[in-house]
Ligand binder design. Structure first.
Ligand code: 6U4
Ligand code: NA
Ligand code: NA
Length: 159
């Protein structure tokens, strides 16, 4: 690995109803997968500002709270560029989740998360996130992005 791109991923939770907001990605990287909202951090913005912007762009909601809960590094077979993904949880927001050009948002019960339609790493760390456990992970994917060839996970990391 020689460098990494900086990205965000935001999971919106309704704790009272035990539901998580996910979106079907309609274009670009990870198209067809169900995932949290997020994308590349742009020049001149902080990571958290990037997370807020992506949530607004992709689901049309404005985060009231935004808490960093983990960082995942994703690398790929035969690719020197990794993805450093900073993961945030939002529990309160303004607006109504709305379908956009990039994502189709939908609420899922904590007990019915569609892991088979998500990135293979999600089943590892989403349960930690729902349990308020902070984490840092590295997942190395096969070239076709379907299989995790190697993973390393640290939990209870510090702020
Ligand atoms: P464009 O299309 O240029 O506007 P942008 O929205 O900036 O792109 P995008 O959508 O390519 O970025 O970002 C990829 C998103 O996918 C980020 O939120 C991070 C997320 N992601 C990448 N690999 C992932 C993985 N293995 N597991 C996961 N999310 C992943 O849960
Ligand atoms: Na995105
Ligand atoms: Na985006």
């Amino acid at each position: 690995i020689t460098s990494s791109k900086l990205l965000t991923l935001i999971l919106v939770l309704n704790e009272k109803e035990q539901k998580i907001l996910l979106g079907m990605k309609k274009r670009g990287f990870g198209v067809g997968k169900i995932n949290g909202f997020g994308g590349k951090v742009e020049a001149g913005e902080t990571i958290e500002e990037g997370a807020r912007r992506e949530l607004l762009e992709e689901a049309e909601i404005e985060a009231i709270d935004m808490t960093k809960v983990g960082v995942n590094m994703f690398t790929f077979e035969n690719d020197p560029v990794g993805l450093e993904v900073h993961i945030y949880v939002t529990k309160e927001f303004k607006g109504t989740p709305t379908e956009t050009e990039e994502m189709k948002p939908e609420w899922y019960s904590y007990s019915d998360i569609p892991y088979s339609q998500m990135w293979a790493d999600d089943k590892v760390w989403i349960p930690l996130l729902l349990n308020n456990t902070r984490f840092m992970g590295h997942y190395h994917f096969s070239q076709d992005q379907a299989t995790v060839l190697y993973e390393k996970l640290n939990v209870n990391i510090h702020d």
